[in-house]
Ligand binder design. Structure first.
Ligand SMILES: [Fe+2]
Ligand SMILES: [Fe+2]
Length: 195
């Protein structure tokens, strides 16, 4: 397998969660007395899987390899994409803060959560599209198949060292659970209820 194919597959999982977040924000907009408990779990997913694992793999393995192969970092595509990693982290922390305000029933916090969810979704979707449609195509030209495979093994090794396998399984379960609850027509919504 190629390194960029692996990262693209991870993007699909992240995009799925972003869709779930969109449904949660719509739900909140329509029914303000609901508490999206699942949002807390999604934030944990983002912190561990996206930041500790996915973004780190790009920063430590793929981007340096691309730079080595001649793709510009400073004043180039890598720098633009790289700068979005801390921005998305900041937006996620804004979302977490607004969710805590919502849990404490601060007035106006529903609107804040909705706004922060949408800010985060917008940045992440744009970021993923830039990587898939621009950077990974450049990678395809700059890296040989052998080099891509070599980098794929490095990504796998990094993941094993960074996030334990139980957590990865937990994330797959979370993805399936969220998909069933929010993205199916017969969605179950009992977890929304404010406790
Ligand atoms: Fe990225
Ligand atoms: Fe990515």
């Amino acid at each position: 397998m190629k390194a960029t194919e692996q990262l693209k597959a991870e993007h699909e999982g992240i995009k799925l969660i972003l869709k779930v977040m969109e449904r949660i924000s719509n739900k909140l907009e329509m029914e303000k007395n609901f508490l999206p408990n699942d949002l807390k779990r999604i934030i944990e997913f983002m912190k561990l899987f996206v930041y500790k694992c996915h973004h780190s793999k790009e920063e430590k393995i793929l981007f340096p390899a691309l730079e080595k192969a001649g793709i510009k970092n400073v004043d180039g595509p890598i720098e633009i994409i790289l700068n979005e990693h801390p921005i998305s982290k900041l937006l996620l922390s804004n979302l977490e803060m607004s969710l805590n305000k919502f849990i404490d029933r601060e007035s106006g916090s529903e609107e804040l959560v909705i706004k922060e969810i949408r800010n985060f979704i917008c940045l992440m979707n744009n970021h993923i599209n830039k990587e898939n449609e621009i950077l990974f195509l450049m990678a395809k030209k700059a890296l040989s198949n052998e080099r891509q495979e070599e980098l794929y093994f490095k990504l796998e090794e990094y993941e094993e060292r960074t996030v334990d396998s139980c957590k990865i399984e937990e994330f797959h379960n979370l993805l399936n659970e969220m998909k069933g609850r929010y993205l199916n027509t017969n969605s179950r919504e009992e977890n929304f209820e404010r406790k």
